[in-house]
Design a protein around this ligand. Structure first.
Ligand SMILES: O=C(O)CCC(=O)C(=O)O
Length: 246
């Protein structure tokens, strides 16, 4: 079986994720009116910046432009339906605690190309439209990556491989709130903590996607805007686009 490396950890190693299973399709569906990225780009509520004063303004600008959290991207009912279908394909898999590259702990994963429940297919299409709506030249992957991390699971800092993933990564968070930490790859003390509420969609692009590592933190006591965020089992549906052809 041909395996495709997908993720590059902060130590420059590659993490094997999966093999490509679909042919590419250019995406043409129109954008639903329900969400507007600009309207939802309320970063202050979801992003806690840890920038040195001298770079604060420029870095804040980068995150305003290239990182968005869209709250309530799916309804409670939609979450139930998505989880119901996901559970069916995950149930035979055990949580892995010893990833060979030490990049993910306490996880199981799969990918979905075609959703059996048509309503789920429609939800995924709606989110895909939202994630890629500002980039008309991009080719969103038709498959999505489903990552399930258990109560004490977490994803270590990494940058997705530029060989297998384009300029946009978007993720729907289900079942739990979580904190994503994004750190400048070259100067890791320059970082932000992003609150990813349950049922929200984050969209990271361009400079944030390429120049910052991202990680999903394990449960911890550090409050976010004064509130304790409890990290429990979390299932994410991750959307990516194809890398540019060059
Ligand atoms: O679960 C997520 O939202 C992020 C997963 C991730 O970092 C990855 O698959 O590269």
């Amino acid at each position: 079986m041909k395996i495709t490396s997908f993720l590059k950890t902060s130590t420059n190693k590659f993490v094997v994720l999966h093999e490509p299973v679909t042919r590419l399709r250019r995406f043409t569906t129109s954008v639903p009116e329900a969400h507007s990225l600009l309207a939802c780009n309320n970063n202050k509520q979801y992003i806690d910046c840890r920038f040195p004063k001298e770079v604060a303004a420029s870095r804040q600008n980068v995150f305003d432009r290239y990182f968005t959290v869209v709250p309530d991207a799916v309804t409670e009912n939609e979450e139930v339906q998505l989880i119901d279908e996901i559970e069916k394909s995950l149930k035979r898999l055990r949580y892995q605690h010893d990833h060979w590259d030490d990049a993910i702990h306490g996880y199981r994963e799969t990918e979905v190309v075609v959703w059996k429940n048509q309503t789920n297919g429609d939800i995924i299409q709606r989110l895909r439209s939202l994630a890629f709506k500002d980039d008309s030249n991009t080719v969103p992957m038709q498959r999505v990556h489903v990552l399930d991390i258990c109560d004490d699971g977490y994803v270590k800092a990494h940058v997705d491989s530029i060989k297998f993933c384009g300029n946009i990564i978007a993720g729907l968070s289900l079942l739990s709130d979580s904190i994503m930490r994004l750190a400048d790859e070259a100067e890791p003390h320059i970082h932000v903590r992003a609150l990813l509420p349950r049922r929200s969609l984050y969209i990271m692009k361009d400079d944030v996607r390429y120049k910052y590592t991202h990680e999903i933190l394990p449960d911890n006591d550090e409050p976010f805007n004064g509130k304790r965020i409890v990290r429990k089992r979390r299932v994410s549906i991750v959307f990516r686009n194809e890398p540019p052809v060059s």
